[in-house]
Ligand binder design. Sequence first.
Ligand SMILES: C[S@@+](CC[C@H](N)C(=O)[O-])C[C@H]1O[C@@H](n2cnc3c(N)ncnc32)[C@H](O)[C@@H]1O
Length: 433
Amino acid sequence: MRIDIMTLFPDTVNAVLHESILGRAAKKGLIEINCVQIRDFTDNRQKQVDDYPYGGGWGCVMMAQPLKACLESILPDGKGPRTRVIYMSPQGRTFDQETARRLKNDYDRLILVCGHYEGIDERFIEECVDEEISIGDYVLTGGEIAAMAVTDAVCRLVPGVLSDEQCYTGESHWEGLLEYPQYTRPEVWENREVPEVLLQGDHEKIRKWRRKKQLERTMAKRPDLFSRFDPVSEEDLSLLREIEKDSRRMKLTLPLSYRPADAEDIPDILEIAEYARKDLKNHRVDQWQGPYPGRDIFEKDIERGECFIVKHGDETAGFFTLSVKEEEDYSGITDGKWSSDEPCCVLHRSAVAEKYRGTGISAFLMKCIEQQCALFGRRNIRTDTHRKNKAMQNLLRESGFSFRGNLTVSSEEGHDPSRQAFDKLLKQQEEKR
Ligand SMILES: C[S@@+](CC[C@H](N)C(=O)[O-])C[C@H]1O[C@@H](n2cnc3c(N)ncnc32)[C@H](O)[C@@H]1O
């Protein structure tokens, strides 16, 4: 791709376009960017390029003669079919990714004409210009910034300019959507964490999460773009249903925190446990289907300082019991083994209040568990859940736990004692940085 820019400020434009990625691409011969001084083509001694507008009015208009002479010097043999002369103008069609793609695919050579002052003589546009392009509904003092924007957007699509085609095919505007959010190191910055899914290395999950974010943020940030997007794939339709469901969920707007539970929290904890019991029953999970865990259990958890409640503002949104005591049943793991023999914390019980289901509080609760484990001076968390408790298994996996094997726990008579074992080794603080 060769781009010639007709301008009164070739040094400025050259300096910008020969830096960085485009500069390197030009050195490799992948693109050629050539700035031409319009003033060199005047036929008057003063090298005057503009004059007063006929009919009166403010400012000056660039004359057609130097523009035409400049263009002829660029195209001494005339214009071939894959060459396009474009006037950068606030009256043109608004430039977008689709236009960048069209220009890159349909032409080998672009000549970008930069106006200045009040613009250029209309007869040059009629005589020589194929197309007018604007970079937005506002007026700049000259066409240089617009020409640089078009040059940059077109040239980065030329094969080899970027390291991989994927560098631009997944980006905002490529297929009518905005790009998903991006994160880089460190994992935690100003108490803000990188979404867990991006740290787990499950590429299919990451792809799906990113697609959902693309849909979600286009809808939120650019409803005009989204209204033109036509979702056809089954995946997009299903993600859109998920987004719709998410939007109806309660929003966490108040500060989130957790603290050790005390006796006064027991009614809240029992209410949450009761809801969890019913929910497990509805999902045909034979866990917590007897009197366990009852008041006596939570009283003992609280006494030992092992029960914690998660708060949304002043409201109790969930609880968990994390113990530093060995769990005897855990030595009988089968079909696998624990990740580490180092001392661990055991997550015994946890649940989220009914109105907080689906709000994202579970992920926060899991973070509290990790924080508390670190405060207990350990970095190894073990837990178990019923083999049919898919919700808990998913939450554990999403929170970075891995399935380690099967267990049989001492459960109440007549209830299924088989469990799946999960664990997570927390990263050392040094590794996190
Ligand atoms: C001050 S403008 C002239 C505006 C003109 N009098 C009008 O109202 O349409 C001077 C030059 O800046 C360039 N320019 C200004 N706004 C632009 C935009 N939004 N997109 C592309 N080029 C622009 C054009 O090359 C134009 O000739």
